[in-house]
Design a protein around this ligand. Structure first.
Ligand code: BES
Ligand code: MN
Ligand code: MN
Length: 455
């Protein structure tokens, strides 16, 4: 056993106890009554970074939740790696579906169950543990390391882009490395080379200046819910394509090579149907296979719609107002703000006669796409190969990490997405968990990566 493996084996129990401590703090960024908990988590992590020997540790306040910075810069002739991760988590409802409470981390079958276990506290913490192990064993690191950790990823990173722009010098590096994504399967690592972006908006549709009695006026006046249904159904055509003018104009198609590679990888649609309790997987564009529709194609989804009476029993009413929330997953080179504009225009132009539509624009995040043959990605692949005994799959992720594109463009450096999560770990859902095997192997892989790029 290598010195490092031995060290990690000896510290395994201690590391898990510390991870549990981190998972106990309910750092839900979306809920204002958890603001103190988010602060507390930032202080906890900053303290940990101090303890392991990182320098210039700072908790930087923003108008929202804090950013944590730390560095270790004593290798004059080696590259600098910037590690990004997020310590905020998603809300936990529905609470009654958790087998053990979300903020009481529990180990069952070699998995740790808690909100944030895989997204992203567990995956972030393994980087801290990798740095700790190398510093304890060697008194130095093979490369320069900077940490930039945020507490607002799950709410769209509203303050981090500005921080990047204003701190280019402090954050300067040769590569950004992030573990906030999935492996391909148990024992099969993956490097994610593409993320989808997103944009969101909501709107209100109005008809008369008041709700109306459906007996006195029914058959005579417009019903806001009916018009809403019409308007929403105009957003897709019969083949499942998004029916908004110019929506697809900037979409970069898959290369033949990528398409072949995706096919070769295969995807078990039967197994997915089983696990989701579905009879078919026919959402989205009919002309594209499932694996492409959930990764390399853009989408438009109705996330919420409401209007009229929703209480107990019957109410004979014609509602004068209806509401909907829409969001899109975007791919390169779609511009989130431009797409919002196209959708707004569509809604205003297709609003049925006799109603008004009032649109509120919400979050945006850029998509990300990077070549898989870049030197840093190749080093990451070698590190995976060395630890897992298997070269990684290159995959496109359908989810979003909006700040990735900003790291890439603002700092002008490659970003490597080395995930240690597994599909099915219930991120954002009840019973989120993280396989401890990948916590341990993740630490080894990150140490290996650092040593590999030293040269
Ligand atoms: N870590 C996820 C992104 C992700 C999801 C990676 C699935 C791999 C597999 C990230 O924390 C996330 O949830 N992103 C949000 C961003 C949004 C809140 C702006 C998403 O994709 O919905
Ligand atoms: Mn995440
Ligand atoms: Mn998430």
């Amino acid at each position: 056993m290598s010195q490092l493996s031995e060290f990690l084996a000896n510290h395994h129990q201690q590391n898990i106890e510390e991870l549990k401590e981190l998972l106990r703090i309910p750092s839900i960024s979306a809920l204002s009554h958890h603001k103190e908990d988010v602060q507390k988590t930032a202080s906890w992590i900053a303290g940990k970074l101090e303890d392991i020997g990182m320098e210039h540790v700072e908790v930087i306040q923003t108008k929202g939740h804090p950013i944590i910075y730390a560095d270790w810069l004593h290798q004059n002739n080696a590259p600098t790696v910037l590690v990004y991760g997020h310590y905020d988590v998603q809300p936990v409802d529905p609470l009654n579906l958790w087998e053990t409470p979300p903020f009481e981390p529990t180990i069952r079958d070699e998995k740790i169950f808690a909100r944030g276990a895989t997204d992203d506290k567990g995956q972030l913490f393994l980087h801290i543990k990798a740095v700790e192990a190398l510093l304890k064993l060697n008194n130095k690191l093979p490369v320069n390391v900077k940490f930039c950790i945020e507490g607002e990823e799950e709410i769209g990173s509203p303050h981090l882009p500005q921080f990047l722009s204003e701190n280019k010098e402090r954050l300067a590096c040769d590569v950004v490395i992030i573990s906030d994504s999935d492996m391909w399967d148990k024992g099969v690592p993956a490097i994610t080379y593409s993320l989808r972006g997103l944009c969101a908006l909501e709107f209100t549709l109005r008809t008369a200046n008041t709700d109306l009695h459906s007996g006195s006026y029914g058959g005579g006046v417009q019903n806001a819910n009916h018009l809403m249904v019409q308007l929403l159904s105009s957003l897709h055509d019969a083949t499942g394509k998004v029916n908004v003018a110019h929506f697809y104009d900037d979409v970069v198609e898959l290369t033949e090579f990528e398409r072949e590679q995706m096919k070769a990888l295969g995807f078990d649609e039967e197994k997915l149907k089983q696990s989701l309790g579905l009879t078919n997987l026919t959402g989205g564009e009919k002309d594209y296979p499932f694996s492409e529709r959930v990764s390399s194609r853009p989408t438009l989804e109705i996330n919420g719609m409401w209007g009229g009476f929703q209480g107990e029993g019957t109410k004979t009413v014609i509602p004068n107002e209806a509401h909907a929330k829409i969001s899109c997953r975007l791919v390169n080179n779609q511009q989130p703000e431009a797409i919002q504009g196209l959708i707004q225009k569509h809604l205003e132009e297709h609003a049925p006669k006799g109603c008004t539509v009032q649109v509120t624009l919400q979050d945006t995040g850029n998509p990300f796409l990077t070549p898989v043959d870049s030197p840093m990605i190749q080093k990451a692949a070698e590190a995976y190969q060395n630890v897992y005994g298997k070269s990684p799959v290159y995959k496109r992720e359908g989810g979003s990490i909006p700040i990735v594109s900003d790291f890439n463009h603002i700092l002008d450096v490659p970003v490597v997405l080395m995930g240690f999560g597994l599909p099915g770990e219930n991120l954002h859902a009840p019973n989120e968990h993280f396989h401890l095997e990948n916590f341990d192997k993740g630490i080894l892989t990150i140490c290996d990566f650092f040593e590999r790029i030293e040269k």
